[in-house]
Design a protein around this ligand. Sequence first.
Ligand code: FE2
Ligand code: FE2
Length: 202
Amino acid sequence: MKTPYTNSKLHKKIEAKREYLNQRIADDVERYGGEVIDSEEMRSAFEQTHHRWSTVGEHTIRVTVSSVMICYVLKKLHIKVNVPAVVVASLCHDLGMLGRYEKFSSGKECSREHPKESVAVARELVSDLPEKTEDIIERHMWPMGQAKAPNSIEGIVVSVADKYNAVKDLVKGSEVNHTGVKNYVHEKGKKIQQHIHEKQLR
Ligand SMILES: [Fe+2]
Ligand SMILES: [Fe+2]
């Protein structure tokens, strides 16, 4: 009888690789973004709706996971990329949206102003926030509105990961099965999110 694919060596190899990758991403996020993950702001982020079907927190985690995955690919191609800056910027990029209905008078204002607010939150949460990280956060909305273009490879990574995940959120992201994108990101995001909650509930 033919061995089912799920018992095959190839499947096991892929699963093991995926598990390793999940762990590597979770470790990098924890190592470089621990201060942000443990914050009250990140906890509230899971309570505010974002992109209709998501929350700021879920979107944040998805963007962070995607950004880190892009970094790994770039590194494989021998392109230098600053992973700590990418992790912190991804985690903070939309935290300035928290309380948006009290803070901003319109969606347009929110879209234009939240990157600056996110930089302010990041400064509060992270000691000695590098200028590069501030730039990534401040420019992440490009090419929308009047936002300035990213000025680093890390800025491009976060900006692209943000757009990719915004689209996924809007098409109900992880719940859609026919997008042609296998949703590994969702699983990793869930793991990291669970980790955040466990830590914060302790
Ligand atoms: Fe944003
Ligand atoms: Fe975003």
